[in-house]
Design a protein around this ligand. Sequence first.
Ligand code: ZN
Length: 242
Amino acid sequence: MRILVISDIHANHSALEAVLEAAGRFDAVWCLGDLVGYGPDPNQVINTVRSLPNLICLLGNHDAAVINRIDLTAFNYDARLSLKWMIDTITPDNLNYLTTLPETAIIEDVLLAHGSPRNPIWEYILDIYTAQNIFNQFTEKIFLVGHSHIPLAFFHNPIDKNIFVRPLIAGDNVLIYHRHIFNPGSVGQPRDFDPRAAYAIYYPESGRWESYRVEYDYKNVQERILKAGLPEHHAIRLSQGV
Ligand code: ZN
């Protein structure tokens, strides 16, 4: 079984299309939240994600904001402008779809959330100290998380209890022996200085995680962000991967 793991598409349909084409055949899709915010294509992204086979899709902080579960004052100025545009642009049917998304999901020995088990919408896991704490908050073997837009793997060594972190680059193939936290990175707004769309394939039977990147036409997305009147910063960062 091949499970496509994606996160933080952020209304970038060009990046999503490139990922779906590059990923080849897959049996299920796990999407870790933030379908909207930043990009110019919120409805196209929601429509495409809704049509994916055997989909589990979680709520992210930007999704929660457009359905009024988080106050917009929690976001910075540019993100607020973008979220207001999303609220005006997303169709009632798609807004309603966002209200149905769960904050966490458990599939066999895998826990899924956008942020963390204790704070599924907001908390970032970027360092081993936070990760150490997080490993005590779930009992499953694997925790899949998005939110930071940075592909990462944390490993918990059961013998010496040490935590290790490893940035994941394209082509990385991780054999899952111990407990892990994986972040597939962001489809629509990468922040690890690599502008290519990030995704991962998880193989539950053989216990493997593969990280991938795919190029897409970010210049076209930048033009459409500016044409829509969305913040310029959200266009510029797509070419820098920050
Ligand atoms: Zn995000």
